[in-house]
Design a binder for this molecule. Structure first.
Ligand SMILES: Nc1ncnc2c1ncn2[C@@H]1O[C@H](COP(=O)(O)OP(=O)(O)OP(=O)(O)O)[C@@H](O)[C@H]1O
Length: 227
């Protein structure tokens, strides 16, 4: 079985100040097998978010390949790349990116709406996920009334709604206090494990990185793998 995610000799160079090339990733190769959780660590500016954006197909490598379930994202036509992302990748961000005026439940349902899934099945799945994160009683409330930790739990349900093979999270606890961050991280990893989703998450916290099965540390454009 192909790994969920493969980086093959990936480089990413940006145009830096004054147009000077800024090589952020200098040849990164790594594989994320199904069901594994990996934490990306490294100093500020080491390329953690860049790596995550490449995994999501939001950004493209300067050279090398990113493969999702064995298919090279760069080789896919735009529409197929979008579909691959929609069908197989769930995203969780630091600032939640929820639609403030919609209800909790409708926020969770957005990916099903975008994909044109049958509404009945999606609604049942949304309720099941909200129950698992302890928000079943809040389903009809406007999401903007929730606390930060609650909002991130909603965002987690949204990301998992369509049973993605890959869950990507960019500092999912970066905007939460320590206790809320721990709760969200426990839920994120616990639910992903139950669902069989592989997880790649960026964190600055050593404690939260230690919850993963492995760590990938970025340093000087290279990736070091740790147990
Ligand atoms: N679109 C872009 N254009 C130019 N430079 C960029 C772009 N995106 C990222 N960079 C640069 O690439 C480097 C790595 O950025 P990235 O956001 O991946 O780092 P990070 O490790 O996630 O940092 P942090 O921990 O501070 O969030 C930084 O120097 C950043 O300024």
């Amino acid at each position: 079985m192909a790994p969920v995610l493969t980086f093959r000799e990936v480089t990413r160079t940006f145009a830096g100040a004054g147009g000077v090339p800024l090589p952020v990733l200098r040849g990164v190769s790594a594989e994320l097998p199904a069901g594994r959780a990996v934490a990306i660590t490294g100093r500020s500016g080491s390329g953690k978010s860049t790596l995550l954006h490449l995994a999501a197909g939001i950004d493209a490598p300067t050279s090398g390949e990113v493969l999702l379930l064995g298919r090279s994202l760069g080789a896919l036509p735009d529409a197929e790349r979008t579909r691959a992302r929609r069908d197989h990748v769930g995203l969780v961000f630091q600032f939640f990116h929820l639609l403030p005026h919609l209800s909790v439940e409708d926020n969770v349902l957005v990916p099903a709406l975008v994909a044109g899934d049958p509404p009945g099945g999606a609604a049942a799945r949304a309720r099941e996920l909200l129950e698992r994160v302890g928000l079943e009683g809040r389903a009809r409330e406007a999401v903007q009334k929730l606390s930060g930790g609650e909002m991130q739990r909603v965002a987690l349900c949204r990301a998992l709604l369509r049973r993605p093979k890959l869950l990507l999270a960019d500092e999912p606890t970066g905007n939460l206090d320590e206790a809320n961050g721990q709760t969200v991280m426990d839920l994120l990893l616990g639910l992903a494990r139950e669902e069989g989703s592989a997880v790649l998450y960026v964190t600055h916290s050593r404690e939260l990185a230690a919850l993963a099965d492995a760590t990938w540390t970025l340093h000087a454009g290279r990736l070091e793998q740790g147990g």
